[in-house]
Design a protein around this ligand. Structure first.
Ligand code: NAD
Length: 487
């Protein structure tokens, strides 16, 4: 049965959008040489004009970050740095509604997901890392670990504020300063975050935000004044960045994509597994690096399981991302919509059967219905490539060994899920699956204390937890006495 709900839109009145935004360099907003427009993917309406940072803007930002690193941040006692991080965490919490509405407008994600996941996890990352700032000597990297210097950080559009927090919070806690480049389609929450840094009285130059496109990101990666690059984004761009950093002496971490597999055994609780699979692939329209885009179901239960899955998918509500009833929001850009459409076509051309949940797509904006592809050949592009959209590709297996071969056959290795009531089977599968994160009878659970990162083509390095600190510390000379940062 399908219930009708009255619309429950979140008010836009909570935000004040400026017509035009500058770059945040050295503690204030400054003009750049050219501009571009950021739009709402749900309506295609222009939200604001944003500065397109050029090489000279990147240069200014790196100089500001270097100055702040040498004069202020790296010599400040960890206890003091921690106070700033706590202050930023509290300000994110205080301005949570504003950040959530802005994220939903610019990104297209449902407001409940921005409000209940993206924004609270972002503030949790600052709270968590604030606690580390004066305890780095006890993190297992020697008694007096040193920061690296200036970090250049490039982030994608799928969780703009959360990806920013994953990058900036550990960098600052460890005594580094940063130049952050948000994605071109979702710059607005990073710019509001810059205002938060100013409101927190963060010393000028500790955080710099340079908006722009891939060219801006390239200038940042290539800049000789950068000590560490942290990149989250597409595999092809990550490979290019790895080549650029290889001969530069810059430290590098890459968080690239994924094609996570959920494996459902015949003894799994069907309702629980269906709910987890739906959350795993349709959360944020599948714009999740660890999204469970591949499903392997044990042959004996495949028919009943897929019936239950279709019935649940038919109840998902697609529409206005600001409506609190919405489960599936807008696809972030026309380019991403075209990529999803083309990969689905290649899957059906390879012999897969397509079923999409019955829903009406709005006339404007970028939309794709929740979709199931069954009988997908293992070698099909859609099984091997990241789709980053609301499309679940399904295949079956008969034995755990066959499931492992199919799951580990993907080029990526970011995450996986296993659904069974048998503890021994869970342990056996999770130790044999080649993925950075493995969820057992659940999916998409995140915590700042838990390291996140991939194997194989999903990149290297970890974000979150004690392991994530290592990416921002000079662990090679951590045993040196003297010259370390204050703890
Ligand atoms: P993208 O690589 O196109 O863009 C990511 C960022 O890199 C953007 O800010 C972009 O402007 C910048 N960029 C583009 N070309 C560049 C270049 N040559 N040099 C430097 N910077 C450049 O990726 P996207 O489409 O924005 O994001 C989606 C991808 O991000 C997916 O593959 C997804 O899996 C991945 N992702 C991974 C994680 C993770 O933690 N592993 C998390 C979120 C997203």
């Amino acid at each position: 049965m399908r219930f009708e709900y009255a619309p429950a839109p979140e008010s836009r009145a909570v935000i004040t959008l400026r017509d035009s935004y500058g770059l945040f360099i050295g503690g204030s907003f400054v003009a750049g040489s050219s501009v571009f427009k950021t739009i709402s993917p749900a309506t295609e309406d222009v939200l604001a004009e944003v500065t397109l940072g050029g090489a000279e803007d990147v240069d200014r930002a790196v100089a500001a970050a270097r100055h702040a690193y040498e004069r202020t941040w790296s010599v400040m006692p960890g206890k003091e740095r921690g106070k700033y991080l706590f202050r930023i965490a509290r300000l994110i919490t205080e301005r949570a509604r504003e950040l959530a509405v802005l994220e939903t407008l610019d990104n297209g994600m449902p407001i409940l997901q921005a409000r209940d996941v993206d924004v609270p996890l972002a503030s949790a990352h600052f709270f968590y890392h604030a606690g580390w700032a004066d305890k780095l000597g006890y993190a297992g990297f020697g008694p007096s670990p040193r920061p690296l210097g200036v970090a250049g950080q490039v982030i994608p559009w799928n969780f703009p504020l959360l990806m920013l927090a994953w990058k900036i919070a550990p960098a600052l806690a460890c005594g580094n300063t940063v130049v952050l480049k948000p994605a071109e389609t979702t710059p607005l929450t990073a710019l509001l975050f810059a205002e938060i840094c100013a409101d927190a009285d963060l010393p000028p130059g500790v955080v710099n935000v340079v908006t722009g496109d891939g060219g801006t990101g390239h200038s940042l990666v290539a800049h000789p004044g950068i000590d560490k690059i942290a990149f989250t984004g597409a595999r092809s761009v990550g490979k290019e960045i790895a080549r650029m950093c290889a001969v530069s002496g810059k430290r590098l971490t890459l968080e690239l994509g994924g094609t996570a597999t959920n494996i459902v055994f015949d003894d799994a609780d069907v309702d629980q597994a269906v709910e987890g699979i739906v959350n795993g692939i349709f959360f944020n329209q599948g714009h999740v690096c660890c999204t469970g885009s591949r499903l392997l179901v044990q042959e004996s239960v495949a028919g009943t399981f897929l019936d239950a899955l279709r019935s649940r998918m038919a109840r998902l509500r697609l529409g206005d991302p600001l409506d609190r009833n919405t489960d599936i929001g807008a696809i972030n850009s026309r380019a991403q919509l075209d990529k999803i459409t083309s990969l689905v076509s290649s899957g059906t051309a390879d012999g897969a059967s397509r079923w999409s949940a019955p829903c009406t797509l709005p006339d404007h904006g970028f939309w794709f219905p929740p979709t199931l592809l069954t009988e997908v050949p293992s070698a099909s592009r859609i099984m091997q490539e990241e789709i980053f959209g609301p499309v679940l590709s399904v295949a079956t297996f008969s034995t755990p060994e066959e499931a492992l071969v199919k799951a580990n056959g993907a080029p990526y290795g970011l995450s996986a899920g296993v659904w069974t009531q048998q503890g021994a089977l869970l342990l056996q599968m999770s130790s044999a699956l080649r993925a950075g994160v493995i969820w057992a009878n659940t999916f998409n659970r995140f915590d700042p204390s838990s390291p996140f990162g991939g194997y194989k083509e999903s990149g290297f390095g970890r974000e979150g937890g004690r392991h994530g600190l290592e990416a921002y510390l000079d662990v090679v000379s951590a045993g040196d006495v003297g010259g370390g940062i204050g703890v």
